[in-house]
Design a protein around this ligand. Structure first.
Ligand code: ADP
Ligand code: GLC
Length: 488
């Protein structure tokens, strides 16, 4: 199959969260299964053209916005650790600026930037002579591809056999736009802006709704989240829209790239380890702590709980703020935060490190190498998410024998299971109510298994042997692609 992935993020080239990881592992797996798959991404200023080996194709594409044309230049490169071609769309007015979406305040012209990019996808295909069987769009940034396919391009022989698949990674970000501008940029007539139409949502254009309504098949990133968002509590105002497409909607649990996240070969960590080699694993903890100025006199063996996360409401940081200080005062453990985002949250962790200089460590910022080191070094991984469409970090942790302490929601509920001392089954500690006391209790349960043999080894073995292979995920997507093709 010819598969085109349209995405706003791609790990390791341009990443803000888990979207980038998924946009990379799926095409890598498709390639292994013999499919012809390409990725199209905006050429952001932050992309290091030389480091990733991108070359100017000297091909110009012409993108028809409303009544005018815009131009872009096409760059070609390869996704690291694969032969998958990556195309960057260069338009400096839109993408030659700091950041991907605008952080913390989204860029005011995100409608124009991403509608332009979504239309450019089709022109990229034409410029390359790439006739896609599937255009797979991820999240609201590329949702308009689903509309453009149906409105403008299906009649073109290049796209007459193309089906559209749309994946919801996070309903919290929908792309709610001013109809006067969004429809103008899309070239979709205002007469289509009618109640119950794909283009109207409470007087706005909602890109996420457009994607859901116009795709041939819709997926989201875990079976539990697929259930949750059909109810208003998790549906972020789109539960009705999702229910209207229920017959074409399915949840597929993300997997993880076993080459990228493998403790035995990980190039970012100092001490590689295999299944069950927990002595070696703990060397990574000592190394991290020494890097942060601690030494043998500081009892490097204390249990280490970490978080690696965007600091947003989604991730349950308010629960952590409510109880972590008290827990650190009374219980014997160490905490490491790697994260950035909301300024107040960042400041809380700075404060915590001042209060407990040896027991609360932090790195405020984004650092891919450190994320591997922290996950390898830690004993436990804290993830008290308010909601979590899938969550990759708890899966990376499992693979590294780092035990999740996590809230049972979305993809966490599909991957982390409470340890049972009788059956010696389960791979983590969980809580269900969004409540700081329940989180604190889960942390206490976790701390009490530390060094408690045989359970401490058993839970880590269970974690490391949990199957999270991206290949399983990719084959489920291929099945959805086939269903989508049947709808043409
Ligand atoms: P989300 O996409 O909601 O942020 P996921 O768990 O799916 O949550 O994915 C988060 C991804 O971003 C993971 O690959 C994680 O390692 C990475 N990440 C998040 N924050 C940081 C950070 N501060 N430094 C490095 N990597 C980070
Ligand atoms: C989103 C979600 C996260 C998910 C990721 C990849 O960013 O917040 O839970 O793992 O997308 O699908």
């Amino acid at each position: 199959m010819n598969i085109l992935t349209a995405t706003a993020e791609l790990t390791p080239i341009a990443q803000a969260g888990g979207l980038g990881d998924v946009a990379a592992f799926l095409p890598r797996e498709f390639e292994k299964l013999g499919h012809n798959s390409i990725i199209v991404l905006p050429k952001y200023r932050s992309i290091d053209i030389n480091k990733w080996g991108f070359k100017n194709t000297h091909k110009t594409i012409i993108v028809q916005m409303g009544y005018w044309n815009e131009y872009a230049l096409l760059w070609e490169g390869t996704l690291p650790n694969s032969n998958v071609k990556v195309y960057l769309v260069e338009h400096n007015g839109y993408f030659d600026r700091a950041g991907i979406y605008g952080d913390p305040i989204e860029f005011g012209d995100n409608d124009r930037r991403f509608i332009f990019f979504s239309k450019a996808i089709f022109e990229v295909c034409k410029a390359l002579g790439f006739k896609p069987d599937i255009i797979h769009a991820h999240d609201f940034h590329t949702a308009f591809t689903m509309a453009f396919l149906k409105e403008f391009y299906r009649s073109d022989p290049m796209f007459s056999n193309t089906a559209g698949v749309y994946t919801i990674h996070n309903l919290a970000y929908q792309g709610k736009f001013n109809p006067d501008t969004a429809l103008l940029y899309s070239g979709i007539p205002l007469s289509k802006f009618q109640p119950y139409s794909p283009y109207e949502y409470y007087g706005m254009v909602n890109a996420m709704k457009v994607g859901i309504m116009m795709a041939d098949k819709i997926t989201t990133v875990s079976p539990t989240y697929a259930q949750e968002i059909r109810w208003s509590y998790f549906g972020e105002g789109l539960d009705g829209v999702i229910n209207s497409r229920a017959a074409d909607f399915i949840g597929i649990l993300n997997g993880i790239d076993y080459d990228e996240w493998n403790p035995a070969t990980d190039k970012y960590i100092s001490y590689n380890y295999n299944f069950g080699e927990f002595q070696i694993k703990s060397q990574n903890k000592y190394k991290l702590l020494r890097d942060y100025g601690l030494d043998e006199g500081d009892n490097l063996d204390l249990p280490l709980i970490s978080m690696v996360t965007r600091l947003t409401d989604q991730k349950g940081v308010d629960l952590v703020m409510a109880r972590l200080e008290e827990l650190l005062s009374h219980q014997n453990f160490r905490f490491f935060l790697l994260g950035s985002g909301n300024y107040n949250y960042e400041n809380f962790f700075r404060y915590l490190s001042q209060r407990f200089p040896k027991n609360a460590l932090n790195y405020i910022g984004y650092n891919a190498a450190l994320s591997h080191q922290v996950i390898a070094a830690s004993d436990f991984f804290l993830m008290p998410s308010r909601f979590e469409p899938c969550g990759l970090t708890q899966m990376y942790s499992l693979r590294y024998g780092t035990i999740p302490i996590a809230r049972q929601t979305g993809g966490i509920a599909d991957s982390v299971f409470e340890y049972d001392y009788n059956y010696q089954s389960g791979n983590g500690f969980t809580f269900w109510q969004y409540n700081a006391d329940d989180m604190a209790y889960a942390i206490s349960r976790a701390l009490s298994i530390y060094n408690n043999q045989p359970h401490w080894n058993k839970i880590r073995e269970n974690a490391m042997s949990h199957n999270l292979a991206a290949s399983t995920t990719a084959s489920k997507y291929l099945e959805v692609y086939n269903w989508a093709k049947e709808k043409i």
